[in-house]
Design a protein around this ligand. Sequence first.
Ligand code: KIV
Length: 267
Amino acid sequence: MGDKVTVPHIVKQKLQGEKITCLTAYDYSFARILDAAGVDILLVGDSVGCVFQGQPNTLPVTLDDMVYHTRAVVRGCKRALVVSDMPFLSYQVSKEHAIKNAGRLVQQGGAEAVKLEGGLPMQSTIEAIVRVGIPVMGHVGLTPQSIHRFGGYKVQGKEKNHREGILRDASAVQDAGAFAIVLEGMPMDLAAEITARLTIPTIGIGAGGQCDGQVLVINDMLGLFDDFTPKFVKRYANLKEITMHAVKSFIGEVRDGKFPAEEHAFR
Ligand code: KIV
């Protein structure tokens, strides 16, 4: 296992042309596995609302939820950088509120950085959080907390003026002092242009292969969550099928009296 991943380490990876890997994690067991496998960043995403809580979107996730899941992930993580998502309404109300809430994720959750959605309108909020010493990861393009404004999970930046808006958003996030930025749900050439223009690393999801790194939701890539599967998700395993098979075996063996066997019992 390599050295502990830090914020400067992530920034250096872009300079060295080394791709950055990021996966979401919400609990201790998965955090341990992903960390031991060598992923660079564990993102405690507010996607926890969908894949863990079964909510229709990320909007109901609370700061208390994020602190709870961040704590669990931090306990399972030795090497990766732990970044925690700021949930809806935890940073939009005022800068003071945003600093306090980012501080809770760090102080009570143990996160090493926070992520928040939005570009130009969030510039001064990002600046304020960075100023108190908390590293911020930006997030532009398809920002799920704005799902109702977009009218669904739609690829952003297809039209010229919208594309220019996203370019401005990405620059504003960098100017505010963010150390990295997630580019979600946008045409691959737009993500490539942002990646070439910015000095901070871009981490793509549904944004093509030219980004400095890639992030996926762990439940999607392992085939654990199939309520809907976006086009950009690659399934690296089908844990739903494996789990189903294991659970059916357990049910059958208990019913047939095969489990527990001698070796599972105490004398
Ligand atoms: O909440 C999340 O999991 C995210 C990633 C999809 C980037 O924000």
